[in-house]
Design a protein around this ligand. Structure first.
Ligand SMILES: Nc1ncnc2c1ncn2[C@@H]1O[C@H](COP(=O)(O)OP(=O)(O)OP(=O)(O)O)[C@@H](O)[C@H]1O
Ligand SMILES: [Mg+2]
Length: 214
């Protein structure tokens, strides 16, 4: 099962949502889960030392002769039951993005991909093959307008809600033309844990609306 998380505007909370979904799946699925990081911030958010491996960028640019176990070789353990495929340095070569998506989708473990912001062809290929394509957004009209103009279609929307915003779930659904599947309130405890790289150790209750999303 492949779940792609993406945003139309930076700083929406995509990495936090993707990491949370992956941590929840890892806890509740006997097979564990994997988080594939196309955006590059997952090690920092999960408190994993920046891996020295070539990462997904290296795997994507290695061509079709790459050994069958090459993905497993770049994986690091981020939490009990949760493997992390770090982004690694360099550009993302779109040539084998479809192969990557198919491998993640066919894996016995649930795979969550932190796609970051839309616009990269690798992200488009991964989102196109995902069982769930989750737009992560603040209730912000500028971000929603960009999402509605994007060629990527979400199957669901995760709203990271800030105090004082006036757009309702119905408004958001209407602009993007997809259902709101979860709303997470902005919580200073989340920001503190992210800044300290401690999210993997303790998921605050404010993130529990994500439990049934993936
Ligand atoms: N639920 C939340 N409550 C409080 N702060 C949050 C929450 N989700 C994310 N943040 C904070 O917002 C900032 C951006 O979050 P995050 O890195 O997940 O966004 P992003 O969409 O992945 O950003 P980028 O576009 O740079 O990849 C971080 O400082 C993070 O700590
Ligand atoms: Mg991010």
């Amino acid at each position: 099962m492949l779940v792609a998380c993406w945003s139309a505007k930076g700083g929406s909370g995509t990495t936090v949502v993707a990491a949370t979904l992956a941590l929840q799946l890892a806890r509740h699925d006997a097979n564990g889960a994997v988080l594939a990081d196309l955006a590059g911030d997952a090690p920092a958010v999960l408190g994993v030392p920046e891996p020295a491996s070539p990462g997904l960028a290296g795997w994507l640019s290695a061509g079709a002769d790459v050994p069958a176990d090459a993905l497993a070789r770049i994986e690091v353990e981020a939490a009990p039951g949760l493997g992390l495929l770090p982004r690694g340095p360099g550009a993302l070569d779109p040539g084998r993005a479809g192969v990557l998506a198919a491998l993640l989708d066919r894996s016995p473990r649930a795979a969550v991909v932190d796609c970051g912001r839309v616009g990269d062809p690798v992200v488009a290929a991964v989102v196109a093959r995902a069982r769930q394509s989750l737009l992560v957004t603040r209730p912000c009209y500028v971000a929603l307008r960009r999402a509605s103009q994007s060629p990527l279609r979400p199957t669901g929307i995760v709203v990271v809600n800030e105090p004082g915003r006036v757009l309702s779930a119905d408004d958001i659904s209407g602009v993007v033309d997809a259902p709101v599947v979860a709303t997470v309130e902005v919580d200073p405890a989340v920001a503190r844990l992210v800044d300290a790289g401690l999210l993997a150790g303790r998921l605050p209750r404010s993130l529990s609306p994500l439990r049934d999303v993936a």
